[in-house]
Design a protein around this ligand. Structure first.
Ligand code: NAP
Length: 261
C-alpha cells in the first residue's frame, strides 16, 4: 500500500470499456487502483494483468452500484482499510435506447439509480474526504447527449444532463478546497455500450465513433489540468458547437438521424 504513499485511484465500471481503459492508463502512471464493477471474473483478470505488467497494487471490489447501501458499504470498507482515494472516476453507467413508454418503468428507474443516484452518493462520500484533506480529483463520465434531448434516449439524455450540470456546479464549489471536478462528455465510442443499450449503429455513428484510448486520455488530461469539462474528438466538439449555434428543432432532427432513432 505504500508504493504511492497511500494514494489510490478508484474507478467505477472498470470491468470493460472506458473503465478498463482508465485502469490501464492510470496503471501506466504507476498508480494504485481500486477497481469496482459487478463482473468479478473480468475485474480479477484485469487486475492480475495490471499487477504483472506494471507492478502496481490493485484492489478489486465487486459491487452493484445501483444499490446506494452497497456504495456506502464500499466507502466504509475502504475507510476501515485505511485506503485514501485521491482520484475518483465516476464512470459506471448504462444506456437505454427506444420509445420511453415501451421500456418498463424498472428499466428507466434502474438507469436513474446507477447514472444519477449512485454517482451522486459516490461523489458525496469521497468528495467529503477529499475536502477534509484539501486535495483530490473527481472525473464524471457524462455524454455528448447531455447537451440535448434526443428522441428515444429521453432518460439517458436527462441523466447525463444531470451529470454534466452536477459536475459543473461542484467544479465551482470545490475548487477552493483543493478538489478538482471535471466532466468528460464522450460521443459514440467503441465499447460494449452500444450493444448493452440495444443501440443501432448507423453509418454516421460509425464515422464519428472513437476508440476508448483517446477518449480516456482526453479525460485524464483535462482532470489533471483542472478543467471544468472536456468533449473529446473534433467531430464531437463540432456537434456541441452546432447545438449552441442552431435552433433546437434543427439540431434535434439532425441528432435523431445520426443516432438512427
Ligand atoms: N461508449 C459510448 O459510446 C459512450 C458515450 C458517452 C458516454 N458513455 C458513458 O461511459 C460510461 C462507461 O460506459 P462504456 O461505454 O465503457 O460501456 P461498458 O463497456 O458497457 O461499461 C459499463 C461499465 O459499467 C459497469 N456497470 C454497469 N452497471 C453497473 C452496476 N449496477 N454496478 C457497478 N458497475 C456497473 C459495467 O460493469 P459490470 O457489468 O461488470 O457491472 C461496466 O464496467 C457510461 O457512464 C456511459 O454512459 C459511453
Amino acid at each position: 500500500m505504500q508504493a504511492n504513499g497511500n494514494s489510490w485511484v478508484l474507478i467505477t465500471g472498470a470491468s470493460s470499456g472506458f473503465g478498463e481503459e482508465f485502469a490501464r492508463q492510470y496503471a501506466e502512471q504507476g498508480k494504485s487502483l481500486v477497481l469496482v464493477a459487478r463482473r468479478l471474473d473480468k475485474l480479477e483478470a484485469l487486475s492480475a494483468q495490471l499487477r504483472e505488467q506494471f507492478s502496481i497494487e490493485v484492489i478489486v471490489e465487486q459491487v452493484d452500484l445501483s444499490s446506494i447501501p452497497a456504495a456506502i458499504e464500499l466507502h466504509e470498507r475502504l475507510t476501515r482499510r485505511g485506503i485514501t482515494i485521491d482520484v475518483l472516476i465516476n464512470n459506471a453507467g448504462h444506456g437505454l435506447q427506444g420509445p420511453f413508454v415501451e421500456h418498463t418503468l424498472d428499466q428507466s428507474l434502474a438507469m436513474i439509480d446507477l447514472d444519477i443516484a449512485s454517482l451522486t452518493a459516490m461523489t458525496r462520500l469521497f468528495a467529503a474526504d477529499m475536502r477534509d484533506r484539501r486535495r483530490g480529483h473527481i472525473l464524471m463520465v457524462a455524454s455528448l447527449l447531455a447537451y440535448q434531448g434526443v428522441k428515444h434516449f429521453s432518460v439517458y439524455c436527462a441523466a447525463k444532463a444531470y451529470v454534466l450540470r452536477f459536475s459543473e456546479a461542484l467544479h465551482q464549489e470545490l475548487k477552493r478546497d483543493g478538489v478538482v471536478v471535471t466532466a468528460l462528455c464522450p460521443g459514440m465510442s467503441d465499447t460494449g455500450f452500444a450493444q448493452n443499450a440495444s443501440q443501432k449503429l448507423t453509418p454516421a455513428l460509425k464515422m464519428v465513433m472513437m476508440q476508448p484510448e483517446p477518449v480516456v486520455r482526453a479525460g485524464i488530461r483535462a482532470l489533471q489540468a483542472g478543467r471544468m469539462s472536456v468533449v473529446p474528438g473534433f467531430g464531437n466538439k463540432a456537434i456541441t458547437v452546432l447545438t449552441w449555434a442552431t435552433p433546437r428543432r434543427f439540431h434535434q432532427r439532425l441528432m435523431t438521424q445520426v443516432m438512427g432513432t
